[in-house]
Write a protein that binds this ligand. Structure first.
Ligand code: PMP
Length: 429
């Protein structure tokens, strides 16, 4: 992770008048571009077009003879679970295939933990005087929205470029029994794109926690979303937890939202046998079973885990040029000034742009005024508060390559203006 306090982060070479003029010209162009959310583009969704014709009429039986049109099968289709068990490196009998959104699973497990004690818990979370979650930040705003919704206090933890600051995490969880959970996006993290190191994963699995019912909410949303030829693997968290004598420590989440059709995919949750039994008992009160026709459609479409891997290569071909366009413009238009740094993820959907302290909000405001919508500054931090006001999340997946280039050109103009204005204001003060 770069250090904005370092020598490379110098300011002062931008001429304010030029920056103002460039911005006025930009506004005059009347752009309307959106880099806010990490949605798949229409071309990516087209890759899954055949899903809309699957399963064929009459093709309704799962491998074990189950009629997928009917009720039942709470764990999800065994053949789909087998495919994702291989990809996620989770034993298939510890992996459930559920509804269309992993976010729902995360939300519901937090609700269930409030209402029914987790395995190993002294009491349900609703009866605790206070519940806290560790939140590596910058992180995923929708995670933080769930914990905020349930009055769970959020404790930010810094990311290092190879996962959270483990010394800080270990110290906090060892001493504070109020800390019941931790949000983790271990691979191609949203938004920095970083990957947790093997050491980090092992320490998270092994660290002593004051709360007996502490859980990692391990969101492996980007497990197969590689942007380079390197398919980065991390140690499987469930095995690491088991080997460390903490078998019930992690719930693992994933989905096909960014593999097939976002909103019409299949979500997965994996955990220890005890956690899975706890969850199944509670889910049985919510549903008689998931949408097995959708699950069968996905089985027919992929065939096997290699089918998923091949499909992801095609996503990569569409996504890579967009990330490349971001880097190209940032390097050309901000690089020479040394006023910003950005991450270059090897996978996932996002990258982080860091501008000088106190400038992020202004950059997002200027961009919005010029017709380029960016994720609100601060959104990637608990309660929307970036303590240094320097982080901007960029999501290049949805617009065309040309639009990404155009939007980044606009962002560069806004960064230069915000920094030049700040420098001028500081000089006056
Ligand atoms: N987790 C992360 C880290 C994400 O970035 C996203 C989508 N932006 C999701 C979960 C949402 O997943 P789902 O569609 O399965 O709810």
């Amino acid at each position: 992770m770069f250090d904005p306090a370092s020598e490379s982060f110098r300011q002062g070479t931008i001429h304010l008048d030029e920056a103002r003029k460039a911005y006025a010209d930009l506004c005059a162009r009347g752009l309307s571009l959106d880099l806010t959310r990490g949605k798949p583009s229409p071309a990516q969704l087209d890759l899954s077009g055949p899903l809309l014709r699957l399963p064929a009429e009459g093709d309704v039986r799962a491998a074990d003879g189950t009629d997928c049109r009917n009720y039942g099968g709470l764990r999800g289709l065994p053949e789909l679970r087998a495919i994702f068990a291989e990809l996620l490196r989770i034993p298939a009998d510890q992996l459930l295939a559920a509804g269309n959104a992993s976010l729902t699973l995360m939300h519901d497990i937090i609700v269930q933990a409030q209402l029914s004690p987790l395995p190993g818990a002294k009491r349900r979370w609703a009866d605790e005087p206070e519940v806290l979650f560790l939140c590596p930040a910058p992180g995923y705003d929708r995670h933080f929205a769930i914990t905020e919704r349930f009055g769970i206090g959020m404790v930010p933890v810094e990311l290092t470029g190879a996962g959270p600051d483990m010394a800080a995490v270990e110290k906090l969880v060892a001493s504070d029994p109020r800390i019941k959970g931790m949000w983790c996006v271990p691979r191609y993290s949203n938004p920095t794109g970083e990957v947790y190191s093997d050491e980090c994963v092992r320490r998270l699995a092994a660290m002593p926690t004051a709360a007996p019912d502490f859980r990692l909410f391990w969101d492996d949303a980007y497990a197969v979303h590689h942007l380079t030829e390197e398919r980065i693997e991390i140690p499987p968290i469930l095995s690491a937890c088991e080997e460390s004598g903490n078998p019930d420590r992690a719930f693992v989440f994933a989905s096909t939202s960014k593999i097939t059709m976002a909103g019409s995919g299949v979500a997965f949750v994996g955990s220890s046998p005890a956690n899975i039994e706890w969850l199944l008992g509670l889910m049985a009160k919510q549903t008689i079973g998931p949408d097995k026709i959708n699950q069968l459609r996905h089985v027919r479409f992929f065939g096997d885990a290699d089918g998923v891997r091949r499909h992801m290569e095609r996503h990569r071909e569409l996504l890579r040029p967009k990330f490349a366009a971001v880097y190209e413009v940032l390097e050309a238009e901000l690089g020479p000034y040394g006023i910003a740094e950005w991450t270059t993820p090897k996978g996932g959907y996002f990258l982080s742009l860091h501008v000088p302290d106190g400038c992020a909000r202004e950059v997002v405001r200027l961009a919005g005024q010029a017709g380029v919508a960016l994720t609100p500054a601060g959104a990637a931090f608990p309660l929307g508060q970036d303590p240094r006001d320097r982080h901007i999340r960029l999501a290049p997946s949805f617009p065309s390559v040309d639009d990404v280039r155009e939007a980044m050109h606009a962002v560069a103009i806004c960064v230069r203006l915000a920094v030049a204005e700040q420098t001028a204001a500081n000089a006056k003060a």
